[in-house]
Write a protein that binds this ligand. Structure first.
Ligand code: FES
Ligand SMILES: [Fe+2]
Length: 363
């Protein structure tokens, strides 16, 4: 398989961008399933989904890429769990819908599990030797929390704190406890392009003056800043004079600049866009090599600030991004295009992402 072999020079000044086949080759996508998505932290939801003891919430992790049936539970001791939702008997799904339960009971032959995933009971198994054993429990899945947001990983290559540490530090003090999920304003976009092109586009503000004329009127292009972390990229949108910005307390490291938006990307598929009104979580779901779903999930702490500045008009910005990313997908299939070069001043985030792709796809 050649899809996995490519180099991205660590020096952005001499580096070439990702080979075009990585964006369009089904083999590359197959490789990414196990080498990237199964080994990294993915967004699973917010804590209201399982806010009281006994609440359960089944979901499929990355449908189309991982298709892993999982279930979130909160047990009687108020502890959160993420478990495999596949019965350890003959493999049917255990929990069919969200609700409140005392135990998890498989509907096929009645095997029961406690809410922390331990085997509880099973009819007609008296004669089975060495039963039950550890293997009859529902396998636990790594679960981590970032403020109100739940992240899970099947076989994480890194502890979650290595991914989210910089975000936690930067946003400490913001009123996450006040966040209210606005489901009515949530949006899903289906994009005819590979997930990595959507990430590329997200990781640079270079295109803002060309693609987003409305956003360009609120942000100071010259002051736009990018910071690279081991498994994350932070972009800071700086407000033009008079435009809406955070009122940060004295002593905050960004107190001397007019931050309109923090755009945090966590490798590989999660974005936390933090605005004066709250947080827009963008979840990128790779459905196929050339099909991606992007979910915009708004969590609000200040409704009054919602119509202003870089955090307003997000639907329009998304449509503009979608159109450009779909055009790139058509372009990278060309026989006449392979790789480009990076702008050292504007494309540090894209280069960093490509380095991570190379690192993980090489295994
Ligand atoms: S598959 Fe669950 S009890 Fe048989
Ligand atoms: Fe954009």
């Amino acid at each position: 398989m050649t899809a996995g072999r490519f180099e991205i020079d660590p020096d952005i000044r001499v580096a070439a961008t990702l080979p075009a086949r990585v964006y369009s080759d089904p083999d590359a996508f197959t490789l990414q399933r196990e080498r990237i998505f199964a080994r990294t932290w993915q967004y699973a939801g917010h804590d209201d989904l399982v806010s009281v003891a006994g609440q359960v919430c089944p979901f499929t992790l990355l449908p189309g890429a991982l298709d892993e049936p999982l279930v979130l539970t909160r047990d009687g001791d108020d502890r959160l769990h993420c478990l495999s939702n596949v019965c350890t008997h003959r493999g049917t799904l255990v929990v069919e819908g969200a609700g409140h339960l005392q135990q998890l009971r498989c509907c096929y032959h009645g095997r029961r599990f406690t809410l922390d995933g331990q085997f509880h009971s099973m009819p007609e198994f008296e004669g089975t030797a060495g039963f039950p054993s550890k293997a009859d429990d529902l396998p636990p899945v790594s679960l981590a929390q970032l403020e109100r947001f739940l992240m899970v990983a099947l076989a994480p290559a890194m502890p979650f704190d290595d991914v989210a540490g910089p975000l936690r530090a930067r946003l400490a003090g913001l009123p996450f406890a006040d966040l209210v999920y606005d489901g009515a304003a949530a949006r899903e976009f289906l994009i005819e392009a590979t997930w990595a092109l959507y990430i590329d586009n997200y990781l640079e503000g270079f295109h803002i003056p060309y693609v987003h004329s409305s956003l360009a009127t609120t942000l100071d292009y010259g002051a736009y800043a990018v910071e690279l972390e081991r498994y994350a990229v932070l972009q800071l949108g700086i407000a033009k004079p008079g435009e809406r910005a955070f009122a940060l307390p004295k002593g905050h490291r960004d107190a001397n600049r007019s931050v309109a938006a923090y755009y945090f990307w966590l490798f590989p598929t999660t974005m936390f866009n933090v605005y004066p009104w709250g947080v827009s979580v963008n979840v990128v779901t790779p459905l196929a090599v050339d099909r991606t779903r992007v979910s915009f999930l708004p969590f609000v702490w200040d409704e009054g600030a919602r119509g202003e500045g870089a955090g307003s008009g997000l639907d329009r910005v998304e449509r503009e991004d979608e159109a450009i990313v779909e055009a790139v997908q058509r372009g990278v299939r060309s026989r006449l295009y392979d790789r480009g070069r990076y702008s050292p001043t504007r494309e540090g985030g894209v280069h960093h992402f490509h380095r991570l792709l190379a690192e993980f796809m090489h295994g």
